[in-house]
Design a binder for this molecule. Sequence first.
Ligand code: AMP
Length: 261
Amino acid sequence: MLNNLYSIRMRGAEGGPHEHGGRHISGGERLGQKEELQELAKELLDKSLHHSRGDCDFIQIVIEKLMDDEIQRISPLPISSEQAQNVKEGRKIAMSLLASLGISDEAIKNGIEFLKQSTHQRGAIIVDSQTGQRLDNRGLKGVRASRMDWSKESWEKWSKSHAPLISPRIREAIALASKVTASPYTVAELCWSDDLEYTTGYVASSSKGYIRIPHLKNNGEDCGGRIFFIKHNISLDDYITYMETTPVCISYEDEADMKGL
Ligand code: AMP
């Protein structure tokens, strides 16, 4: 059923390619079978061409065939939502969740400061969950979690039980957070979008799942991104290799894996 999967990914920038100083506008990651690739390429192209952050003049789409035995299959994180009335409350909730996962105050403070200043970041910033130090030396490129998506069947199943939440954004974010937190070296991920009008973000972890938090920034701000908080003293190279290269398919083993809101 899952044979012949391909990874298809897109990156788009304004002002030339990212590596020549272009400003990151849009990215996307999907997996699909050969006969789905044209449709997926169209979806990713549409995404890059209609983005609130700007007008891409560089768009790259890369397609690679995957070997079935290299694909890891994992369940989606369970999803839940917190309530907040404004940015102060939203960030307070995010900070207390991160603290409850064992992340130091320094690391939480640094993570939030990184996201407040990040407007051109293409991939995640990796932060030591104890010292609060940024560990990747990647500048604006950061570390992109890549080669992950839902299986078609699992997304259909999930959509049926989470109708109010269905959107391409949630689809991508849960796939990404599920891959990121499936690494035993991830303590948590913090995200809010750098899209101007999207202010809901999340904290994700393997123990507490994917927790949506409204108002992590003010409407109209273009700052945002992702922080991967990782355990102290781990092999960064292995961690980055997993994020960038290991193909991960989000799929349910059986109905018992279906988790509620
Ligand atoms: P988005 O959720 O698409 O609005 O992305 C918000 C920010 O998260 C981007 O500008 C990047 O900094 C970061 N980001 C997006 N996709 C990835 C990814 N696949 N891996 C790591 N970071 C990402």
